[in-house]
Design a protein. Structure first.
Length: 448
C-alpha cells in the first residue's frame, strides 16, 4: 500500500519554527486543492528531526504523496463521503494528547503557541477532516480486496530470494486467570473512604490537590494533585455529566463510574474544554479474597500437573478472565492483533510472561503467580502455558502463511490504487510547478 502523508498536529512545532519568514508559493494543484512549498518544507523538517536523510528525490516523493491525498479528497467530495464532527474531534484530541505529553500539559502548549486550545482546534479542524476523508476514500477503494490461497502462493513464489524476510522467534501463550470478586463490602469500604476525603476538603478546609496526591488511585493525575484537562467526549459519561454541572470551584458529591468512586472540582471551563481536579478510590478486595483466588488457581495447577484435567477444561472451569476464557486462554497480542508475540512486543506489553516462560518448553505451564491486568489494573492469580515457540527462520508458506497473505493482499491493494490513480488523473485538473516537473513520479501526473 502506498502511504498517505498524514499531517500531524506535531507539525505545529515546525510551523512555529518557520514563522513568517518563509517565502511560500503554490507548487502544485489537484482539482480545487493547492499544495504549497511550505507543505513540503514542513514534512522535510519533520523527517530531518526523525533522523532521515532528505534528498531531492524525497521532495518529489512528498509532493506525489500530497497530490495523491488531494486526489482522494476530490473523489471523496464527489462521492459525498461524510466525516462527522465527532470523528474529527476524536482525532484532534488524540493528536493534542501527543503534543501535551511532549510539551508538558495543555496550558504550556497554549503558552508555547500563543493560542488557546480552541484556536488551535479551529485552525487545524479542516486539515484533519481532509485527512480523515482521504483515509476513508482509500479504505473504500480497497475494501473488497481479498486474496485466494493460490494468489498467496503465486505472490510468494514471485519474490526474489533476497527479499524474503527473516522472521525472528515467535511465541504464543495461554493463561488461566482468576480475579478475586469485589464484594458489596469492598465497594462500601471504598465509598466510605472517599466520603471521608470529601469531608476533609469541604468541612475541614484541607487542600483538594494535597488530598489527591495522598489518596487518589488514578496514576495519570495523582502526581498533578488530581488535575487533568479534557474536552467533551473524552471521558466516560458519568464523569463528564458531573463536571458539566459544576460551577467553577465547586466540589461534586461522590459519584461512581466503571473505574470506582470519584469526587471532582471544576477549575476552568472554556466551551467544551475544561480543567478539573478529581480523586479516584477504586474498590479493592480483601486479603482473604486474594488468598482464596490463590488457593483456587493452586488447585487448578495441581490437577493440570497430575493430568486430572485437560488445559481446555481447566480454562473453562477456573478462569474468570473475559478476554481469554472463551478462546482456550490464548493471549492476543494487542499490537498486531495476532496470537503470536516477538520479544519487542512482550517487553512493551507483558514483561512478566517473558520472565516466567523464558526457560519453558512448548506445552509447559508455570506455577501460579500474582498478576496485574495492564488494561484495568485488576490484580489476580494466573498460570501461563507456553503454547508454541518458533525458531528464527526465513519466511515460508507453512509457518508464516498469515504474514505472507497480508503481504500479498497489500500488494494487490497497491496495484488497485495505482490503477485507480491512473484513471482519475485523466479527468482531473493537475498543475505542477516547473521546478518539480523533472521529478520521477510513480504515476503519470502530466501528459508527456
Amino acid at each position: 500500500m502506498r502511504h498517505i502523508l498524514i499531517l500531524s498536529l506535531t507539525l505545529l512545532w515546525c510551523t512555529n519554527i518557520f514563522g513568517q519568514t518563509t517565502i511560500d508559493k503554490i507548487v502544485a494543484q489537484v482539482g480545487d486543492n493547492i499544495i504549497l512549498l511550505s507543505d513540503i518544507q514542513i514534512q522535510k523538517l519533520q523527517a530531518r528531526q526523525a533522523g532521515l536523510t532528505v534528498t531531492r528525490e524525497f521532495d518529489c516523493q512528498i509532493l506525489e504523496e500530497l497530490m495523491y491525498q488531494n486526489l482522494l479528497i476530490n473523489q471523496a467530495k464527489l462521492d459525498s463521503i461524510e466525516i462527522t464532527d465527532q470523528q474529527v474531534d476524536a482525532e484532534m484530541e488524540n493528536r493534542l494528547r501527543i503534543i501535551e505529553n511532549q510539551i508538558g500539559g495543555r496550558k504550556k502548549m497554549e503558552e508555547f503557541y500563543g493560542k488557546s486550545i480552541t484556536q488551535i482546534k479551529n485552525e487545524f479542524r479542516d486539515d484533519i477532516r481532509d485527512q480523515l476523508l482521504s483515509q476513508e476514500m482509500e479504505r473504500q477503494i480497497t475494501s473488497e480486496v481479498t486474496v485466494t490461497p493460490k494468489e498467496v502462493e503465486q505472490f510468494f513464489n514471485s519474490l526474489h530470494p533476497d527479499s524474503i524476510p527473516f522472521i525472528n522467534s515467535k511465541l504464543s501463550f495461554q493463561q488461566i486467570v482468576y480475579y478475586p470478586e469485589i464484594t458489596e463490602e469492598d465497594k462500601q469500604r471504598a465509598f466510605d473512604k472517599i466520603l471521608e476525603i470529601r469531608k476533609a476538603i469541604v468541612d475541614d478546609g484541607k487542600s483538594f490537590a494535597t488530598q489527591a496526591r495522598i489518596h487518589s488511585m488514578d496514576p495519570g493525575s495523582k502526581s498533578q494533585g488530581g488535575q487533568m484537562q479534557a474536552s467533551k467526549g473524552m471521558m466516560v459519561a458519568p464523569f463528564e455529566n458531573t463536571i458539566m454541572r459544576l460551577e467553577v470551584g465547586e466540589i461534586s458529591e461522590v459519584f461512581e463510574t466503571e473505574y470506582g468512586y470519584h469526587i471532582a472540582q471544576l477549575i476552568e471551563r472554556k466551551g467544551e474544554d475544561y480543567t478539573c481536579r478529581h480523586i479516584l478510590i477504586i474498590p479493592e478486595f480483601s486479603n482473604n479474597a486474594l488468598e482464596n483466588a490463590a488457593l483456587k488457581i493452586d488447585t487448578c495447577y495441581r490437577k493440570l500437573k497430575a493430568a486430572e484435567i485437560t488445559w481446555d477444561d481447566a480454562v473453562l472451569k477456573y478462569s474468570n478472565d473475559e478476554g481469554t476464557k472463551q478462546n482456550r486462554g490464548i493471549i492476543t497480542n494487542p499490537i498486531t492483533g495476532e496470537n503470536t508475540w516477538d520479544m519487542e512486543d512482550l517487553s512493551q506489553v507483558d514483561q512478566q510472561i517473558y520472565l516466567i516462560t523464558d526457560a519453558m518448553e512448548k506445552g509447559d505451564i508455570s506455577e501460579p503467580n500474582l498478576y496485574t491486568n495492564i488494561y484495568d489494573r485488576r490484580q489476580g492469580v494466573r498460570i501461563v502455558r507456553l503454547l508454541d515457540r518458533t525458531a528464527p527462520h526465513k519466511a515460508n508458506l507453512k509457518d508464516d502463511y498469515t504474514l505472507i497473505k497480508n503481504a500479498a493482499e497489500n500488494d494487490k491493494k497497491q496495484k488497485l490504487v495505482e490503477s485507480w490513480v491512473a484513471n482519475k488523473i485523466q479527468n482531473a485538473y493537475i498543475r505542477i510547478d516547473e521546478e518539480y516537473r523533472s521529478c520521477t513520479f510513480n504515476s503519470t501526473w502530466l501528459e508527456q
